[in-house]
Design a protein around this ligand. Sequence first.
Ligand code: UGA
Length: 434
Amino acid sequence: MRVTMIGTGYVGLVSGACFADFGHVVTCVDKDASKIEKLKAGEIPIYEPGLEDLVETNVKQERLFFTTDPEEAIKSADAVFIAVGTPSRRGDGHADLSYVYGAAEEIADLMEGYTVVVTKSTVPVGTGDEVEAIIAKKRARDDFAVVSNPEFLREGAAIKDFKIPDRVVVGTEDQRAMEVMRELYRPLFLNETPILFTNRRTSELIKYAANAFLAVKITFINEIADLCEKVGANVQEVSRGIGLDNRIGKKFLNAGPGYGGSCFPKDTLALTKTANDHDSPIRIVDTVVEVNAARKKAMADKIIAAMGGDVSGKQIAVLGLAFKQNTDDMRDAPSLDILPALQKAGATIRAYDPASMEEAAKHLSDIQFCDGPYHAIEGADAMVIITEWDQFRALDMKRVQDLLKTNTVIDLRNIYSKPDMEKRGFNYVSIGRP
Ligand code: UGA
């Protein structure tokens, strides 16, 4: 099949490379000429394990192409995917759909023959109808179908999530479009991936409901962690104790500093806006948004309390800045709330992150970026783990002890064993494990 991806952001690039790897011929289109030049030269603009190799292989085997010119790419495609950004609109939190609608106009102008237009961008319920209306102004209804096909890719694990998904959701009632989508995802039939066909609005809502549910799950365990600290319980054991119940499931029950990233914050907000607009508020998600924002801020107080209540003039070593491991993404990262609050309280920050320091430097000021975890710790009054990168999980604690001025370690991801750290003589503070 011939596939065209409009937008070479995270979703477009990963999906395009994976479809090419499935054997389809994929052209990725982006207006950003310098980005396309870089991609053609094999430079990947995002940090995603395995993506560079995947792109290189498929470019070499002539299944993956990059261009700024949408004409040829759209004309020849069986399916055109819209994978452009839908940022939160400034002021009201609604998803900004101008790029999606712009892509729809372009497709309407350029498509030839029956074309399936697939929305992969995360879009509010009803957007597919709007895309259809835009194209129908220029094209006969029989010449195209608009399908919703949301993505469920986690940054850092996106290739695996694309190739071995829990499910694929396809929102369309058009029989021809169903056949095209079946053919596109045929390589997944081997591992019996469920392909769920729904109507378009249902598919659009599934995406938001999935992200919101996961955000609820994380926020739930975070609040349980707070309670654990008050009543002397252990949140990791609570997670295991409830997660082994199949109805609950053990994933996404790791308590931490609050969720961040490019999806949960934006999508929870957009869902609550849609719900309120339809006079059908989802109060649990309203609350989750509020609780998560407060949690990120509260983490600075937790660090200050662990350091004796006053950090003025103190040096704090921060390990991990990205919103989670295996990404350089700083969007809505808890560190963006925590570090400025610590600085405001008078602390200076030495920080290290394996991937996100360049990005972090754009959003944070007066940080001393370091060459590695031990460099960051040297002479600091406390070590704070904000992101759970693998390389922070087995630090040489003897060396940490020698380098740190005090013995205070604040672990906001619970990656160390509390009894072990205490046995080694650390003043060790973690989440929900008093
Ligand atoms: C999330 C979803 O997991 C994907 O399925 C979805 O496709 C994607 O959003 C999207 O809409 O594009 P992502 O934002 O990459 O993926 O990252 P997650 O692994 O879901 O983590 C999100 C946040 O939750 C991170 O800040 C992470 O640290 C936090 N988290 C996650 C926890 O605090 N505890 C957990 O147990 C799990």
